[in-house]
Design a protein around this ligand. Sequence first.
Ligand code: SF4
Length: 334
Amino acid sequence: MTDKLLEIHNLSKFFPIERGLLRRVVGHVRAVDNVTFAVPKGKTLGLVGESGSGKTTLGRCVLRALEPTGGEILFYQNDRVVDLAGLSRGEMRPYRKHIQMIFQDPYSSLDPRKTVFDIVSEPLRINKMASGKELEDRVRNVLELVGLGVKYMKRYPHAFSGGQRQRIGIARALSINPQLVVCDEAVSALDVSVQAQILNLLKDLQDQLGLTYLFIAHDLSVIEHISDEVAVMYVGKIVEQADTRTLFSMPKHPYTEALLSAIPRPDPDRPLTADNVVEGELPDPANPPKGCYFHPRCKYAQQICREQEPPLARVGDNHLSACHFANELELQGI
Ligand code: SF4
């Protein structure tokens, strides 16, 4: 028996760059580049990085909303393991109900012409899992589960606040009892106080239902709050991975240290996100720098960093870092 639910091996997603009338392929955007990780059942892996680091593309590959260029997406079910990356669209259908997504924007992700009942019951109807009275009962149950009264079932999304809409989005995702939920910036569009409510709801639901989350966010405070383990992405690659406490207190990659550096002095006018704490620009994933991709922004860079790419290597118990000097630098955590 394994306690893993999801295991990603060497997953890549490259987008071709085409030029000219004949649409000749002149290069590739390496959005996800050889990524490997596992998510145990009932746990949360947080994926953090700046916008453009590849985390959303990775989430979409796991859902097979995007076709991976290479690698394996191993999904464990009872005593079986299936490589989702190798399945055709038809073969993928039975597994779709086990993996659902909660989207970032609770305003655009809900169809304004449909009632709450229509929206939440849609996955059940599409997957032919319930009809009639049973369908109504299941929608009632899941609305109660996410803290929305059943009296709202016949209302339209415009009648709700951002937090309530995100609860509707969560109810839709959970209506068919998924095992894995990919949360893509699920609280980023919400006010801070509402973010905390939704994060607490997601944690409660995880405890009650044994859900497993792949939680994608650029906000470090959100990642710290919800994740058991954290993977830091930079230009399509994982550069550091560890359990949340270790990664936040003893980072072993200068990029992680840079991301964490603003946490002790939060400023309400400067929200704490991965997008505003690191100097310099994220490199072009179609043309990344030679050696360590982080070297043009790294204050510890040396000659070897400009020439050789550091492998993602073990630097402690369940702790990986892709830095030539991971064991020599004394990096600041929080
Ligand atoms: Fe910085 Fe060099 Fe480590 Fe890259 S390998 S993070 S450039 S010290």
